[in-house]
Design a protein around this ligand. Structure first.
Ligand code: KG4
Ligand code: ZN
Length: 334
């Protein structure tokens, strides 16, 4: 019988996840994830050593649950870039061990491509496409042409969009990750602080969130006893400035690129206020806004398996000896 599944493995940060996807139909056969959010929460961010230890415990447990499918796995797709090295090594080691013991080929996967393909989990991918990638580690605007060549049009020079939510939450002792907490608090807030939008009158098409984070820090320091209302107003004012910054630069890029299809991906693409702003921008240019299902915005192995299908069809395998972890990347390609 022809093997029909790709196994995806993801462990680039604080989520251990595996998934099985059908090569022909893109049907998700299994999807499992153990998130470490609870364990990192008290530290206000990801603690690398703890993440590594938790991946080592979680990944074999997940694998155990899908072993009835081992005979049908045609290839193993594993995230090996970019990410925390001590986290990446967990998934890559397991992929290598499995590849050798079951004699299954390996495919290396760029985590960021995974996020892009979260737009096409159960269907053919369609390009050309403009993409806003907003996660805990990255903030980028990407231009993907019809041949799937990817150009980075804008990126952040310091913190990422998601990371700035995490840092603002940490400053108010709201735990980790901060995205959803801040978005929820903002629902009851007002723009009391009217923070300055970063790089508003600057011609550079790039992002920066560290100055905004400092504005928030100063505002917090001025409220010597931070009330619930203060937190709500700070969350509202911060989120408004951060999203205005994203939209200000993106609108300028859009005037030139005029994409007919535009996607938003990454953990922070779950932010509904951001999505509403993007809807408006896309409708102004009569473009379609593509989003991933909320469940698959944050890190997951299904998106990794989905890129795996793409590379499997292109015959892009990598040998056991050549599969390395690459914590940083300088270019993005399939
Ligand atoms: O893609 P992801 O799961 O992990 C990385 O690859 O980094 O993204 C996680 C990030 C965290 O920084 C989290 O705070 C942020 O996404 N995030 C949000 C929201 N939900 C998650 N940021 C803003 N608003 C949200 N609703
Ligand atoms: Zn991610």
């Amino acid at each position: 019988m022809e093997k029909n599944l790709i196994l995806g493995i993801e462990s680039s940060c604080d989520d251990s996840s595996i998934a099985l996807i059908d090569i022909k139909t893109y049907n998700c056969v299994e999807y499992l994830k153990i998130s470490q959010e609870k364990e990192h929460c008290e530290f206000g961010g990801v603690v690398p050593e703890l993440a590594a230890r938790l991946h080592t415990a979680a990944l074999p447990k997940l694998l155990e649950k899908i072993k009835q499918h081992f005979d049908n796995i045609a290839a193993i797709a594993v995230t090996n870039m970019p990410g925390l090295s001590v986290s990446l090594v967990g998934g890559v080691s397991m992929a290598k061990a499995l590849s050798v013991s079951l004699n299954i080929p390996l495919i290396e996967i760029n985590h960021l491509l995974g996020h892009i393909y979260s737009l096409f989990l159960d269907c053919e991918a369609k390009f050309p496409l403009g993409v806003l990638l907003v996660s805990g580690g990255h903030t980028m605007v990407l231009d993907i042409d019809k041949d799937k060549n990817i150009k980075i049009v804008a990126k952040t020079g310091d913190d990422s969009f998601g990371e700035s939510f995490d840092k603002v939450a940490k400053m108010m002792n709201l735990g980790y990750p901060g995205g959803t907490v801040i978005e929820n608090l903002a629902k009851n807030g007002t723009n009391k602080y009217n923070f300055t939008i970063p790089l508003l009158h600057d011609k550079r098409v790039e992002y920066s969130f560290s100055g905004l984070k400092n504005q928030v820090r100063l505002a917090i320091e001025e409220c010597w006893d931070l009330s619930q209302t203060d937190k709500e107003n700070i969350a509202f004012s911060f989120q408004k400035a951060a999203i205005s910054h994203i939209m200000d630069k993106l609108s300028k890029i859009y005037e030139v690129k005029k994409w007919k299809n535009f996607g938003v991906v990454g953990g922070a693409s779950a932010n509904l206020v951001l999505r509403q702003n993007l809807e408006k921008l896309c409708s102004k240019f009569s473009a379609n806004l593509l989003t991933a299902p909320l469940k698959y915005c944050s890190d997951n192995a299904l998106m990794i398996a989905r890129v795996g299908v793409e590379k499997y069809k292109m015959g892009k395998f990598i040998s056991y000896q050549n599969l390395e972890i690459k914590p940083k990347i300088d270019k993005l390609c399939l």
